[in-house]
Design a protein around this ligand. Structure first.
Ligand code: NI
Length: 255
């Protein structure tokens, strides 16, 4: 705790960023993951203070080396996150296993020790649509009991949010504008401002629950992305801020 008469040190409020600034800052967040066996007696893999210091030191050397190149995109995010992961590991003296770089609350990159030659890019998208939940094999009463208000005959609407995660080779030509175009053409334009049960053949015989919507979105995106040499690894669909479903590629267990 700091006494009111004492000046706060720079960066005292970690929610306001580091170092402190009165200018309008660029927002960026790094999530650093390390793995290993906790040090005997101390109970941690490596100390949080050291992770903080290593991340800030790495940001000073990597992000401030040429910020104009980063902002203009001439120094690609794949290169920046790879340099950050290596610099943090070096400063920390412990290998970073995964580094996530949130460049906005809706858009992040992820680097993994096991495949540093590929970077994951994850982005949020949205569409508005109506649906009605109904199982034609059940009676009207059973459907009402099962789905409640969601079973009402003329349907109801949601602002669906979609998070799509892809893995791509570093330095490849498939950029954010290509990603946005594929998602728009494959999913958003197909479902936006439609009644899923009535207007969309994908749900003519498939109850449009959030689980089914996530699975259909995954299937619609996988082929077009693969055609660009990009791997689709995860799709999450939020029906409300509290209800979501995720479909993801699982790595087969070794052996
Ligand atoms: Ni609904």
């Amino acid at each position: 705790m700091t006494h009111a008469s004492e000046p706060s040190p720079l960066g005292h409020n970690t929610f306001a960023g580091f170092p402190s600034t009165s200018a309008i800052p660029l927002w960026s967040e790094f999530r650093v993951e390390v793995s290993g066996t906790p040090v005997r007696g101390r109970g941690y893999v490596t100390s949080l203070v050291q992770i903080d210091q290593a991340t800030r030191s790495a940001a000073r050397t990597v992000l401030r080396f040429d910020p104009h190149a980063i902002l203009s995109g001439s120094l690609g995010p794949d290169t920046v996150i790879d340099r950050m992961a290596r610099a943090i590991s070096e400063h920390l003296g412990h290998q970073v296993s995964r580094l996530t770089w949130l460049v906005s609350p809706y858009h992040h990159y992820s680097w993994e020790e096991s495949m540093p030659e590929r970077t994951t890019l994850s982005c949020h998208f949205e569409f508005a649509a109506a649906h009605r939940l109904n199982d034609p094999t059940l009676s009207e009463e059973a459907n009402l009991a099962l789905f409640g208000k969601c079973n009402r005959i003329n349907g109801h609407g949601h602002n669906y949010r979609l998070e799509v995660a892809i893995r791509r080779p570093n330095g490849g030509s498939f950029g954010m504008s290509d990603f946005e175009r594929v998602v728009a053409e494959s999913v958003v334009d197909r479902f936006d401002h439609k009644h899923l049960n009535v207007d969309c053949p994908e749900f003519a015989a498939l109850n449009p629950t959030v689980e089914h919507i996530a699975a259909v979105c995954f299937d619609l995106l996988e082929g077009p992305l693969r055609g660009h040499g990009v791997e689709l690894i995860r799709v999450t669909v939020w029906e409300t801020s509290k209800t979501s479903a995720t479909v993801e590629v699982r790595v087969p267990a070794a052996g």
